[in-house]
Design a protein around this ligand. Structure first.
Ligand code: ADP
Ligand code: MG
Length: 202
């Protein structure tokens, strides 16, 4: 079972890897965007880590809804409302249980990913974060390591795609040949699940 501590560890592990990879994310956002993705997410997840420490929400759902609200108010850019929606809606779907099973979490994350697709209008293949998140959710019943591998593969597979959503879509065919920054950061988010699980040997 996954408790509030697990979800706090998930968010602090994400904050750490976003901080570590911020330069890389911004570099990816340079040829097909406006070179702010790393800075946007680092600002957001730094604020999330501080808020979670201060408010210490005590259910999985509360950890994720608080995270989502914080991201919406601090990240800015297209990715702020999208990541905020992902975590807020996943948290809402978890309700107020003190612990959730991995199956319940997988179903809730699917609800969150669906909400991102509704909000942003992107489908798989549009060269966005959805190209990492959908494969991750599909693989999640096989465990966190499988979800991580699927997300990383999905992010790499955005390189030959032409962007159809977001700022990169303004470039048309010139968006081809660059890995999508949001898919790359989504793979970090999913990878952090495994890190959070390993921190207690689950
Ligand atoms: P901005 O594009 O406003 O500068 P960011 O640089 O923080 O915002 O984030 C860009 C990332 O957001 C893209 O790489 C892409 O993955 C994601 N993104 C942009 N628009 C959408 C959308 N409509 N649906 C899903 N993801 C999107
Ligand atoms: Mg940008």
């Amino acid at each position: 079972m996954l408790d509030a501590d697990f979800f706090r560890r998930w968010m602090t592990a994400t904050a750490a890897s976003v901080a570590r990879e911020a330069g890389h994310l911004t570099d990816l956002d340079s040829p097909i965007g406006d070179a702010d993705h790393g800075a946007n997410l680092q600002r957001g997840f730094t604020a999330v880590a501080a808020t979670l420490e201060k408010e210490a929400p005590d259910t999985p759902g509360a950890v994720l809804t608080l995270t989502g609200r914080q991201l919406i108010s601090t990240v800015g850019g297209a990715s702020g409302p999208l990541y905020g929606t992902l975590l807020r809606r996943t948290g809402k779907a978890l309700g107020d249980a003190a612990e959730v099973s991995e199956e319940e979490f997988a179903a809730a994350l699917r609800t969150g990913v669906d909400a991102v697709m509704t909000l942003g209008g992107a489908a798989p293949g549009d060269k966005t974060m959805i190209d990492a998140l959908v494969p991750a959710v599909d693989a999640l019943p096989g465990g966190f390591a499988a979800a991580r591998a699927a997300a990383e593969e999905g992010a790499v597979a955005t390189t030959p795609l032409q962007a159809h959503k977001g700022r990169a879509s303004y470039l048309g065919e010139r968006s081809i040949g660059h890995q999508d920054p949001g898919a790359t950061s989504s793979a970090l988010l999913i990878a952090a699940l495994q890190e959070a699980a390993e921190a207690t040997g689950e």
